[in-house]
Design a protein around this ligand. Structure first.
Ligand code: TTP
Ligand code: MG
Length: 357
């Protein structure tokens, strides 16, 4: 029981280790033990940033968001690979399905992370964590790190404390001894700007942040973010695990092996993507009102064009016509295209369609 007489919640945060790189190593075991860097089209002489690097590459100073060219300078012997988002999304679904066998109270935090509320499960946290680790390893061949705490904020911090393959439990009693020693960037919601602002004030740890009054934080960061920071550095977070199953959109994209100028090839690819997306809509019983086409040029500049139907549809022909209207609004003249994407959004469940008429 905590001080308010409530039983503390038990929240797990699960984060896959070096996710994109681990998926690549899993399907190409010859990469194991070598520095692997995933980003852009996988060519370090071209524009693009690092999506992730495996732990070997990280020892060279390579990290997410670093320009690929800088990564190449730091680690010329690295193996550079393109981002294969579809495969990672597929592995992500498999890992989340394992979590759903433990409890339906699962909130996806992104492609490689999720929260679970296991407060009502009649097993120790360690035992649930070990079931999850075994299940994920069996389903994907990959390892993850798990944080367990009374809330989402602390669980996410905990999962990052002992990577890879870690299991870290943080309780309210650990806040002073463990949370307050950490750099402020470890606090969810503290980005580079706040980091800089706080460092200029001489604040570089979560503990030092906790020494500031709520009034001072509000004066510097405004009332809502100031209040958030005041609570977060004390490990306070009441936000629930939100399970939302309703998809917002269905999408597919293709990166060409070599960049394409030919309109026919682009149009044919878009038609094939529309067919796949329509299949997803039909499988899941949704209709879409808006289609968005994404075109990425060879210099990585990316643009999107969207068109909407007067009423939602799951008919391939109607959606393809809409996708082509979007494509016509893109100035392709002589430019090379490296990626085409198609998204169907503004979704309605088929049986609720009547409410849209
Ligand atoms: P992270 O969980 O932040 O990183 P990671 O899984 O690669 O490594 P760690 O073991 O430290 O958790 O992000 C998950 C995936 O999201 C990552 O594999 C690639 C992608 N990603 C980007 O594409 N760009 C980014 O800037 C970051 C941070 C991640
Ligand atoms: Mg991760």
């Amino acid at each position: 029981m905590d001080t308010q007489g409530k039983t503390p919640r038990r929240i797990l945060h699960i984060d896959m280790d070096a996710f994109f790189a681990a998926v690549e190593e899993q399907r190409r075991p010859e990469l194991k033990g070598k520095p692997v860097i995933i980003g852009g089209g996988g060519d370090p002489t071209r524009r693009g940033v690092v999506s992730t690097a495996n732990y070997e590459a990280r020892t060279f100073g390579v990290h997410s968001a670093l320009p690929l060219r800088s990564a190449y300078k730091l680690c010329p012997q690295g193996i550079f690979l393109p981002v294969d988002y579809e495969t990672y999304a597929e592995v992500s679904r498999r890992f989340k399905n394992v979590l759903l066998t433990v409890t339906p109270l699962m909130e996806s935090g992104g492609i490689d992370e999720a929260y679970l509320d296991i407060s009502d499960i009649d097993q120790t946290s360690q035992s649930v964590a070990s079931t999850i680790k075994t299940g994920i390893l069996r389903a994907t061949g990959l390892t993850c790190s798990i944080g367990i705490a009374p809330n989402k904020l602390l669980a996410k911090i905990a999962s990052d404390l002992q990577k890879p393959d870690g299991l870290t439990i943080l309780t309210e009693q650990d806040i002073e001894a463990r949370l307050w020693l950490l750099p402020i960037r470890k606090l969810y919601g503290v980005g580079p700007k706040t980091d800089e602002h706080l460092k200029a004030m001489g604040i570089d740890t979560i503990g030092k942040l906790a020494a500031l009054s709520q009034e001072a934080l509000i004066a510097h960061f405004g009332s809502s973010y100031g209040r958030y920071l005041f609570e977060a550095c004390r490990g306070i977070d009441e936000s629930p695990v939100v399970t939302h199953w309703e998809p917002k959109s269905f999408s597919r994209e293709t990166t060409f092996q070599t960049d394409v100028k030919n309109w026919q090839i682009i149009a044919r690819t878009l038609a094939a993507l529309t067919k796949d997306v329509t299949g997803d809509l039909l499988d899941r019983g949704y209709q879409a009102r808006t289609v968005t086409v994404k075109i990425r040029f060879d210099d990585f500049r990316t643009l999107t064009r969207a068109c909407s139907l007067p009423s939602p549809s799951d008919r391939e022909e109607a959606l393809r016509r809409l996708a082509f209207s979007c494509l016509k609004r893109v100035d392709l003249s002589g430019r090379k295209v490296r990626l085409v994407g198609m998204r169907a959004g503004n979704l309605v469940k088929k049986d609720q369609n009547h409410s849209f008429s």
